[in-house]
Design a protein around this ligand. Structure first.
Ligand code: SF4
Ligand code: SF4
Length: 197
């Protein structure tokens, strides 16, 4: 029948004409984010991090740079690593979350922030100091322990490291040892530590 297609098209136009708009005027208006939203930042719990670098190895783009040295702060227990560098270049990151999935200790989480525009590419590197000092509001993406608690990073208070993991692991340190200037292995200290065991 002639004109039926035009009539159908006109009906679609009229239906959208009276529908309530779902666009918003950002940044004046904002919509609620889902707690699982993967933002453009990361939440890192240094207290839970062993410096194993699994996150860096699993990153398909080589976006994470980690440098550690033996801290010599825990020799009777076999020692632990102090973390000197933990840089994440979000200028190259595709926010796939594989690094978060790879972390065996629930130390790395996707963040919820997304307003990370910078004027330089170097400004897009999230440094270890920024990770250390950032407010801990992890996304619940790939973290069922946070979902089961009903945690909402945009509304609730910050999540402390003791509550962020899947298990209370007694070997996590309340505070990581501070990076030392002398990164050479002190053979005498190691020997002394071995004798204490
Ligand atoms: S989110 Fe993906 S691309 Fe970004 S640092 Fe993690 S593994 Fe690499
Ligand atoms: S964040 Fe996780 S995977 Fe990465 S170095 Fe720390 S413990 Fe290892």
């Amino acid at each position: 029948m002639y004109g039926l297609g035009i009539l159908n098209g006109f009906l679609v136009t009229m239906k959208n004409f009276v529908r309530k708009p779902f666009t918003i005027q950002y940044p004046e208006e904002r919509i609620a984010q889902h707690p699982r939203f993967r933002g453009q930042d990361f939440v890192w719990y240094e207290e839970r991090c062993t410096g194993c670098a699994s996150c860096a190895k699993y990153c398909p783009l080589g976006t994470i740079k980690i440098v550690t040295h033996p801290s010599r702060a825990n020799l009777p227990e076999g020692d632990s690593y102090a973390i000197d560098v933990f840089d994440i270049d979000i200028g190259r990151c595709m926010f796939c979350g594989l690094c978060v999935e790879a972390c065996p200790y629930d130390a790395l989480f996707m963040g919820s922030g997304f307003e990370e525009s910078k004027y330089t590419r170097s400004g897009l590197v999230i440094t270890v100091d920024r990770l250390r000092n950032a407010e801990k509001r992890p996304s619940t993406w790939f973290r069922p322990q946070l979902e089961s608690k009903g945690y909402d990073p945009r509304g609730a208070s910050a999540m402390p490291w003791q509550q962020a993991g899947r298990e209370p692991w007694p070997y996590h340190l309340p505070q990581r040892p501070a990076p030392s200037e002398d990164k050479s292995v002190d053979a005498a200290s190691v020997s002394k530590g071995g004798e204490q065991q």
